[in-house]
Design a protein around this ligand. Structure first.
Ligand SMILES: NC(=O)c1ccc[n+]([C@@H]2O[C@H](COP(=O)([O-])OP(=O)(O)OC[C@H]3O[C@@H](n4cnc5c(N)ncnc54)[C@H](OP(=O)(O)O)[C@@H]3O)[C@@H](O)[C@H]2O)c1
Length: 248
């Protein structure tokens, strides 16, 4: 699809992969709107990319998803791309029963339910477009090879992978293209609380954004890089070996 002249909403666009994507899309002549919970992070992003628009929103709340949708469609009637990027990752130890589940924010709402609802809100709007439009869901290599320390996170990403396949199939008769971005571990984001060390098995958020821009241009519907690229086509045996290596 074309990678300029779009109007793009990126959830969680103030930091990490979302911000790198906001920068890449903005530099290529797209109108970019980002949202997130923290106003200061959104303002910092706007200082770096003055052309973008920002909106505070907690997508774990249904009412806030609705008001985000209303605000975006009223203020940016040409909106034609949704990037479902916002996400969170929590360590959950089931040997403690419900203790970790209760004290942590609900990953299912943010990583899965919100993406599904946002897609559902925007599909009818995008269907009416004369030009092509897109829904871009960010999953993870962990959708294919779980890291057992983050069981709910991995389950939500596997669910997003499955949901994206079904959505793409349902929308094949519309002008809406449905992409999945499948990054490996990204070292320079806030997902794990602090940036990780750069290593052979990690990539930067800018490498992910670069792969997304190329993938969109080539209509490569499953955009992956690094280790995740091997995993999406891995055999059961290869995925088992990767699982055992990662969960040692
Ligand atoms: N980092 C990795 O290794 C990796 C690998 C594969 C896939 N991914 C995926 O990439 C996506 C982006 O993550 P990232 O690595 O770039 O981490 P990040 O820097 O932490 O970005 C996540 C963004 O989501 C926003 N967010 C979280 N909860 C939200 C909520 N309830 N409502 C609205 N916004 C919310 C955060 O902003 P606020 O806190 O201000 O709301 C933040 O800007 C996620 O879906 C993640 O699962 C990451």
């Amino acid at each position: 699809m074309k990678t300029s002249g779009n109007t793009v909403l990126i959830t969680g666009g103030a930091t990490g992969i979302g911000f790198a994507l906001a920068a890449a899309l903005s530099n290529q002549g797209n109108e970019v709107i980002i949202c997130g919970r923290r106003e200061e992070k959104l303002s910092e992003a706007k200082e770096k990319l003055p052309g973008i628009s920002i909106r505070t929103c907690d997508i774990s709340q249904q009412a806030e998803i609705e008001s985000l949708f209303d605000w975006v469609t009223s203020n940016f009637p040409g909106i034609n791309v949704l990037v479902n990027n916002a996400g969170m990752q929590r360590a959950i130890d089931f040997r403690k029963g419900v203790e970790d589940l209760i004290k942590n924010e609900d990953e299912i709402n943010v990583n899965l339910k919100a993406q599904i609802y946002l897609a559902a809100y925007f599909v009818p709007v995008f269907s009416r477009r004369q030009t092509e439009s897109a829904i871009i869901n960010v999953s993870s290599g962990l959708a294919f090879v779980p890291l057992a320390k983050f069981p709910i996170y991995c389950a939500t990403k596997a669910a997003i992978h499955s949901f994206t396949i079904s959505l793409r199939h349902q929308l094949r008769v519309t002008p809406i293209r449905v992409f999945e971005v499948i990054p490996p571990t990204v070292y320079d984001t806030e997902l794990k609380g602090k940036p990780l060390q750069k290593s052979d098995w990690t990539v930067s958020s800018y490498e992910v954004a670069d792969a997304v821009m190329k993938g969109l241009k080539n209509n490569d519907y499953e955009i992956s890089l690094g280790a995740a690229k091997n995993w999406i086509n891995g055999s059961k045996n290869e995925l088992e070996i990767a699982f055992n290596n990662m969960n040692r």
